[in-house]
Design a protein around this ligand. Structure first.
Ligand code: NAI
Ligand code: 15L
Length: 268
């Protein structure tokens, strides 16, 4: 049966806010979870993923979890360890203990960030490409994917790990034209990931049907995802503002963009 009650972790965040708007029309009742309170949502669970008892209570009785909570950019190893690595472990332990069957995990392009972007005429990057995290953040997403595989193989918990490109209302630079996931396509993809049969642990890329797409969407399409958007309508303005991608700049020629070249936090 299609899942109905879904725990949305990270519900206060950018993507969580978009999904709070878009997913109810697919018939989901969302239970909200975030370490930050959400204005106008008094029933949201305000707790840290570090609080195992709170996490266990939050997953009790839900049909599936859409796991968006965590640090969403590079940070210190210690902070990434607590929120993304230990936090995701706590989530999976709770899911196992409470018998929840399905997780959709917000992985990221930064798990494969050091992968060169395909040149014109080259095939898109396949899901099976070796992981090449570009940050501790990307490393934590790589961990999350392996954790999901372990909980499928050992405990029968199903996961779709969605390596999200850039899910914002609009792409804001030229690289994002290749990775953009429109919020509406994001909801379509998460809905497909929540409902597809027999996923075991499946890793897919998450983008719209962009003209300049860098990676292979066939895995996502196999779940039933049919993207309807294309970032190309934003291309003229972004190219006029930023110019074409510079082949000498690693931040322009690799999937992970600026995450390859931004100075580490401790250098600021
Ligand atoms: P965000 O930073 O806006 O939201 C993350 C939310 O998680 C925040 O509301 C934060 O309070 C919450 N959170 C952080 N640590 C927590 C903890 N220990 N316990 C409970 N809640 C905690 O990020 P955004 O953009 O909404 O991303 C959501 C998820 O999707 C993240 O896991 C991110 O890594 C992933 N992702 C997002 C992409 C995007 O384009 N927006 C691209 C690739 C991955
Ligand atoms: C991510 O993983 C981040 O969570 C998001 O903030 C963006 O930086 C996105 O990737 C991106 O690469 O554009």
């Amino acid at each position: 049966p299609a899942p109905r009650t879904v725990l949305l972790t990270g519900a206060a965040g950018g993507l969580g806010t978009l999904m709070r708007e878009l997913l109810p029309s697919y018939g989901y009742a969302l239970r909200l979870f975030d370490v930050r309170p959400i204005e106008g949502e008094p029933d949201a669970i305000v707790a840290d993923l570090a609080d195992r008892e709170a996490v266990r209570e939050a997953v009790r009785g839900v049909d599936a979890v859409l796991h968006l909570a965590g640090i969403s950019v590079e940070s210190t190893f210690e902070k990434i360890l607590a929120a993304n690595i230990e936090g995701t472990y706590h989530l999976y332990e709770a899911v196992r203990e409470e018998g929840v069957g399905r997780v959709v995990f917000a992985s990221s392009n930064h798990a494969v960030g050091y992968t060169p972007a395909p040149g014109q005429g080259e095939p898109p990057v396949p899901v099976g490409t070796p992981r090449r995290p570009d940050t501790f953040y990307g490393l934590s997403k790589s961990f999350g994917e392996d954790l999901a595989q372990l909980y499928w193989d050992k405990h029968g918990v199903e996961t779709v790990s969605v390596r999200i490109g850039s899910c914002f209302r609009e792409p804001s630079d030229v690289r994002m034209l290749s990775l953009w996931l429109s919020p509406e396509d994001g909801a379509r993809l998460f809905h497909a990931a929540l409902t597809a049969d027999g996923v075991g642990h499946t890793v897919v890329y998450g983008s719209s049907a962009n003209t300049r797409l860098w990676w292979d969407l066939s895995g996502a399409r196999a779940l039933g995802y049919e993207p309807r958007d294309d970032s190309e309508r934003f291309a003229p303005a972004l190219l006029a503002e930023h110019g074409e991608l510079d082949p000498a700049n690693p931040a322009h020629t690799h999937i992970g963009g600026r995450f390859l070249t931004d100075p580490p936090l401790w250098a600021h």
